[in-house]
Design a protein around this ligand. Structure first.
Ligand code: ZN
Length: 381
């Protein structure tokens, strides 16, 4: 086994890896690079009945989205509501149940199941929330039983990060790469992480698997709300991008695309635009994002040896700005990656380790929630 791998390694090391397509910052708006293989070969359970559908719920701290989705992942209808946090958790549960009932009543076909994605920390498979920072007042409540009581039907609950991983696995990058396993890092307010192993969401012992956003990568780095220092989240989240840009002295008025009065607040997108316009400090911010992701991925690749790692979330749109440093750091930090890296990271090669941008955007979690009840194997044991 090892000798086979060593032979692969010697071949790989003689190949020149081309990163030219990422060497110049692209203009906004960006699209992730197109991957050349499209193999729609997901393993779904038994063929669904005609007109059947399932319901997915994406419970966020700001918005609540409920969608009816076909087993093939096509959205039939979506209801979006503000999450009425000020009215208390039971008002939010009532809103959720009412929206679900509304969709069930309108769809003519058979309801196959209901899946709900929630911000964590979420104890699984129970579905109990533990001090979720984005859902104040929900501590100790059981999301699953609250909804089952209101709907008089079974529901399945999972974390939003896990369901984003599952959605990308079934319908996005995972389908494009025809893989049976993947890990996703979602760069948003924080850094979410979800893992699908051999077609199943990997929950770990207590539902806490996939906390890689809180893996410390820089000793004595900035303190993180989780209690550690120098976590990936402190370097690669949208929040971190803005903080680092401010530390380097970037201000929103430096953005050439903004005109008129009143400087808008600095955002990760603003920093990306500044980087695109050649601002050295903004370029440095994304170089640091790439290094942080590369360090974290080196640990993940060495531990898991998966075929695909997906970078998702709003900040992932800046892929051309951080990918060169990310791949360089990953090559340097992981011999497992060096043994199995593709000749061109943007081109699929079977049997190689790929790191790729997500394909579904912010709908991944909603679609993953809807499809969760359709797979026998996805039920938390
Ligand atoms: Zn942390």
């Amino acid at each position: 086994m090892l000798s086979n791998r060593a032979r692969v390694s010697s071949r790989v090391q003689h190949r020149r890896v081309h990163h030219m397509r990422f060497s110049q910052p692209a203009r906004l708006p960006r699209r992730p690079p197109e991957f050349r293989l499209q193999t729609p070969s997901r393993i779904m359970d038994s063929p669904p009945a005609m007109n059947s559908f399932s319901i997915g719920v994406d419970l966020g701290g700001t918005n609540l989205r409920v969608a009816a989705v076909t087993p093939a992942g096509e959205r039939l209808e979506t209801i979006s509501l503000p999450t009425r946090l000020a009215a208390g958790p039971h008002a939010v549960f009532d809103d959720m149940a009412a929206a679900i009932r509304q969709l069930i009543d309108k769809q003519p076909g058979e309801l196959l199941g209901i899946g709900i994605g929630s911000p964590g920390p979420l104890e699984l498979p129970l579905g109990v929330l533990h001090h979720p920072p984005n859902l104040p007042g929900f501590d100790g409540l059981n999301l699953r039983t609250e909804l089952e009581r209101r709907l008089d039907r079974p529901v399945q609950v999972d974390s939003d990060a896990n369901l984003a991983a599952y959605g990308e696995f079934l319908l996005g990058a995972g389908r494009a790469f025809a893989v049976d396993s993947l890990l996703i890092l979602t760069l948003g307010t924080g850094v979410g992480c979800g893992i699908v192993l051999e077609g199943r969401i990997w929950h770990g012992m207590q539902g806490a698997a996939g906390e890689s956003g809180h893996g410390p990568i820089i000793p004595d780095g900035p303190p993180c709300p989780c209690g550690a220092r120098g976590c990936l989240e402190m370097y690669a989240s949208a929040t971190a991008i803005v903080r680092r840009a401010r530390e380097l002295g970037l201000a929103p008025h430096a953005d050439p695309s903004t005109t008129g009065n009143g400087a808008p607040p600095l955002t990760a997108s603003t920093v990306a635009r500044l980087a695109d316009s050649g601002d050295e400090r903004a370029l440095q911010v994304f170089d640091e994002v790439g290094r942080a992701l590369g360090l974290s991925l080196a640990h993940l690749v060495n531990a898991l040896d998966l075929p695909l790692y997906v970078i998702a979330g709003g900040a992932a749109a800046a892929w051309p700005l951080f990918a060169p440093r990310m791949f360089a750091t990953l090559r340097e930090g992981s011999y497992v990656y060096r043994l199995s890296m593709p000749r061109d990271p943007a081109v699929y090669e079977p049997g190689k380790t790929h790191v790729a941008p997500a394909q579904l955007g912010p709908d991944a979690g909603l679609l993953g929630a809807a499809l969760l009840p359709l797979a026998r194997s996805a039920t938390p044991a």
